[in-house]
Design a protein around this ligand. Structure first.
Ligand SMILES: Nc1ncnc2c1ncn2[C@@H]1O[C@H](COP(=O)(O)OP(=O)(O)OP(=O)(O)O)[C@@H](O)[C@H]1O
Ligand SMILES: [Mg+2]
Length: 578
């Protein structure tokens, strides 16, 4: 991918050019002011009794050029802010779209907190390149470049010595700015790591407190804070030195300029010339000389942020891009489907996690997948959904190959209850229906699904019914309640194939039996069902059981059949019964 920094810089280049032209106009106007100031003062000193028309015109020109200069600065700033907002919108949209298609194993490489800091900090900093840093750099460089021209026009000083002094001071400050840029980079990195820790801490606060792990985790956060603080200290020291040099620069330059003027022009020197020279160095160039190095620090800051956004974008994505649209439920309300997958394999970092799996599942069959922890049960379900980039010879749904099937279409065949259930920070209704964007009154349907999932408002102490807020990540729900909300969600989605990943693990046998009667072997009788599970009690109620070992299917048949014929299965079952 081409450098994102350059892409942002060159995007809508005509607008950058426009900002440059406005800054140029502002600079020319502001440098015209001291010229007329000289004329005005010299004229006034020559004849302070009779004020001529010429002097009044000079005064009006001073006023007019000052105003025009400010107006040009204002226009350039307004356009820069518009451009900044445009870039922010584009970066946020791209980052969001990218997040939708990240591969399932991406979180292993970048924590949620780090990703959050890309969204919250880096996207914002990247935009300041366009709405603040570049316009400022232009508006600081132009006066420094054009001031010598103004000096030549107004006086007979050779500006070479002044230019050498200005350049030396700028070089010194720029070297310090490069150092400052490195401190900024480290600062951002440390902050992202700390946000990652804090995020982890916040997300698991309940458990951490219960286990008494607060102290060690707080120590981890504190340690990264100390590293960050030390870096910040060095950064502030370096920054203050830069500031001092920047502040005192105009003083030295003034002395040199006036010294040169007196030396070269001797008695011919006019008060207007001295005044204008002091005006240029003491007023017009003070801010550019002080701020230009700081802007160079900001540019490196923007560069690192943009680099971080680019690294985020460069993470591996799924082969097929998911389109950004709402759940495409074109397959709802239909009966189950046939599923066929041949020679499915999945390798991760050189390790074969799914090994030539071939499964045929008939329409409306209820199939359980069992096997030891880490044997690959969840991966099979994820491969069916194409969440992981597995390879296979053939994968058909209802005899239709999925090779070129749009991912949204493929996923619309499935209702999926993942092993890690997610709950959004909203009420029960939203968590079952996921229909924020339109006001469809489907409460009866939602309640029916919750009832079939054995989620009972009375016994669960859910006082406000569907309006009950269930909190961020379901902190107000028990593990079993969360599982039943997720089952109700799958029920509401009403897709032809139901994938359930260990969704009974937190339920008692009694509730499991009720869910079996109402849903698994009840309402879902005419759906294709695949359940990854460790629960022994449900297995006799399934049409077929697949036993998976080290990513390979080693047994396939009715539960009692495979139990009779396979030592593996008997050993495994004995571990479950224990
Ligand atoms: N998204 C992923 N990317 C890479 N490796 C993964 C991913 N998810 C799981 N794994 C690894 O693949 C192996 C199988 O994991 P899987 O989650 O399928 O096991 P499982 O049979 O569902 O186990 P459990 O009974 O604990 O749910 C494990 O070694 C795991 O570390
Ligand atoms: Mg699993």
């Amino acid at each position: 991918m081409k450098s994102l920094f350059l892409k942002i810089l060159l995007m809508r280049i005509h607008m950058r050019f426009f900002v440059f032209i406005m800054s140029l106009i502002a600079t020319v106007f502001s440098l015209s002011v001291p010229y007329y100031q000289k004329e005005f003062l010299d004229g006034l000193l020559k004849n302070s009794v009779n004020i001529s028309h010429e002097i009044i015109i000079f005064l009006l020109l001073i006023f007019g050029f000052s105003m025009l200069s400010q107006l040009s600065v204002f226009i350039s700033k307004i356009f820069s802010y518009f451009e900044g907002s445009y870039i922010q919108k584009w970066l946020s949209h791209e980052t969001y779209s990218k997040t939708l298609v990240l591969k399932a194993d991406n979180p292993k490489k970048m924590s949620a907190g780090q990703a959050l800091s890309v969204y919250a900090t880096d996207v914002y900093t990247a935009c300041t390149l366009i709405d603040d840093v570049i316009p400022n750099i232009i508006s600081y460089i132009l006066p420094i470049l054009l001031a010598p021209v103004a000096i030549i026009i107004m006086t007979s000083i050779n500006p070479m010595l002044i230019i050498v002094v200005i350049l030396s001071i700028l070089t010194l400050n720029c070297l310090m700015a490069i150092k400052q840029g490195k401190y900024f980079f480290h600062n951002k990195m440390f902050a992202a790591i700390r946000i990652g820790h804090v995020n982890e801490w916040l997300q698991n606060m309940r458990v951490i407190r219960m286990l008494g792990w607060t102290e060690s985790l707080e120590k981890k956060i504190k340690y990264s804070r100390i590293k960050e603080t030390n870096n910040r200290l060095a950064m502030v020291t370096n920054g203050s030195t830069m500031n001092s040099i920047g502040y005192s620069a105009p003083f030295f330059i003034n002395i040199i300029a006036v010294f040169l003027l007196i030396k070269l022009e001797g008695n011919k020197i006019s008060s207007g010339q001295i005044f204008s020279l002091l005006w240029i160095f003491g007023v017009l160039l003070t801010r550019p000389l002080r701020m230009l190095p700081i802007m160079l620090v900001s540019i490196t800051d923007c560069y690192t942020s943009i680099k971080r956004v680019q690294n985020y974008w460069n993470q591996e994505t799924e082969k097929d891009e998911v389109q950004m649209k709402n759940n495409n439920l074109e397959n709802t309300n239909s009966e189950g489907c046939d599923l066929e997958i041949k020679n499915l394999s999945y390798k991760y970092e050189g390790k074969l996690l799914l090994d030539n799996i071939s499964i045929v599942i008939n329409k409306n069959e209820f199939v359980a997948i069992i096997g030891e922890v880490g044997s690959g049960k969840s991966l099979i379900l994820q491969a069916l959904l194409k969440i992981i980039s597995s390879e296979c010879e053939n994968y058909k749904i209802n005899n239709e190959s999925t090779e070129n099937m749009d991912l949204n279409k493929l996923r619309s065949y499935f209702s999926y209850v993942p092993q890690d259930i997610f709950i959004v920070n909203s009420n029960l209704r939203d968590n079952v229906a996921f229909e924020y964007d339109y006001q469809k009154n489907n409460d009866n349907e939602i309640i029916k699904c919750l009832e079939m999932s054995q989620f009972n408002f009375q016994t669960e102490n859910i006082k406000l019914g569907l309006n009950t807020e269930i909190g961020e990540r379901g902190v107000n729900l028990s593990g079993g309640q969360k599982q039943r909300v997720a089952i109700a969600r799958a029920c509401y989605a009403n897709c032809p194939i139901i994938l359930l990943d260990d969704c009974l693990s937190a339920l008692d046998v009694n509730t499991e039996e009720k869910i079996n009667e109402s849903l698994l072997n009840g309402h879902w009788k005419n759906k294709t069902r695949i359940l990854a599970t460790h629960r022994l009690s449900i297995l006799p109620k399934c049409d077929r059981v697949l036993f998976i070992k080290n990513g390979k299917i080693v047994e396939n048949g009715k539960f009692y059949e495979i139990y009779e014929r396979s030592n593996y299965v008997r050993d495994f079952v004995s571990t479950l019964s224990e």
